[in-house]
Design a protein around this ligand. Structure first.
Ligand SMILES: Nc1ncnc2c1ncn2[C@@H]1O[C@H](COP(=O)(O)OP(=O)(O)OP(=O)(O)O)[C@@H](O)[C@H]1O
Ligand SMILES: [Mg+2]
Length: 281
């Protein structure tokens, strides 16, 4: 029998490198010196109790919030050392969806999806419409571009928000609680979509969720945060058999997540974003 000498493929490159990340709100320390590498093509799920710092951490990964100290390198760029122009260019490569999956209620689905194109490109309207239709197809919403968000179901709104997040073909896609407010069937369809985006489009995806079932279904690796520290980073299998009682308790804890009004969330978000942009330079 011939020996099967397989050369191991090179490991996928790191797309986000976080080192010694410390964050405060006022005098309160929220993240206590976090280290994570996220590699190309993986789905990294971030879990942890309510208030443990998941959304804060995600905003750092999305280059939206500046830490107190530590470094964040995204696609080999040291985020908070970039000029405003380079930071803007970097953010174009990041696809962002928000906790409430918010769409602007006064615009059609198609207009919502084209927003990043208006912001970042000089494409003509017809090209934008074609691109929007292509992305709507990816999220199984072909033909819905002329409807208003209020005419869509909750799951469809989320998928439309995903179409908007991927309109610029981002390298990395971020979700904060994608299945909040969805019933289990619709939530599971959203998980399938997230898996499809990784497999068909090769995206790197970071997802904050407290839904264990969803995390176990989609995660290549899971990061567990607890009071600003990382309790665990590793695969689903390793997490399930982890001996720490603290981790098992966290895993078994029921969600205490409150529902957030979409418009209120957007307003808060835009306020926060402006604030962090002001801080950046
Ligand atoms: N902009 C802010 N200003 C002051 N404190 C904040 C701000 N954002 C979050 N916090 C506080 O920081 C802590 C971590 O918040 P964060 O939203 O990151 O937690 P989380 O893990 O996402 O929680 P949840 O599961 O409820 O979404 C919380 O105690 C929160 O109250
Ligand atoms: Mg959160």
């Amino acid at each position: 029998m011939s020996e099967n000498k397989q050369s191991t493929p090179p490991p996928p490159p790191t797309v986000i490198e976080v080192r010694d990340l410390v964050t405060h709100y006022g005098t309160r320390q929220i993240l206590n010196g976090i280290n994570v590498d996220i590699v190309q093509g993986e789905i990294m799920v971030i879990m942890g109790g309510s208030g443990s710092g998941k959304s804060t951490f995600l905003r750092h990964l999305m280059a939206l919030q500046m830490p107190t100290s530590g470094t964040i390198k995204i696609l080999n760029q040291d985020v908070w050392k970039l000029s405003q122009k380079d930071l803007f260019a970097l953010r174009k490569k990041l696809g962002v969806t928000f906790q409430a999956g918010a769409l602007f209620s006064s615009m059609t689905v198609g207009e919502n999806i084209m927003l990043p194109l208006y912001e970042h490109t000089k494409l003509d309207r017809l090209t934008m419409e074609i691109m929007a239709r292509m992305k709507l197809e990816v999220v199984d919403l072909a033909g819905f571009e002329d409807l208003m968000p209020s005419e869509l179901s909750g799951g469809m709104v989320k998928r439309a928000a995903v179409a908007r997040a991927i309109i610029m073909d981002p390298r990395i896609l971020f979700f904060d609680e994608p299945s909040a407010g969805l019933d289990p069937v619709v939530s599971s369809q959203l998980d399938d979509l997230i898996l499809r985006l990784r497999d068909a489009m090769g995206m790197t995806i970071c997802v904050v969720t407290h839904e264990l079932e969803s995390a176990f279904k989609i995660a290549d690796r899971i990061t567990v945060l607890d009071k600003g520290d990382i309790l665990f980073i590793g695969t689903v299998e390793d997490l399930k058999k982890h001996p720490s009682e603290r981790i098992q308790n966290l895993l078994n804890r029921r969600s205490e997540e409150a529902e957030i009004d979409a418009d209120e969330y957007l307003r808060r978000l835009m306020g926060e974003k402006l604030e962090t942009e002001g801080m950046s330079r």
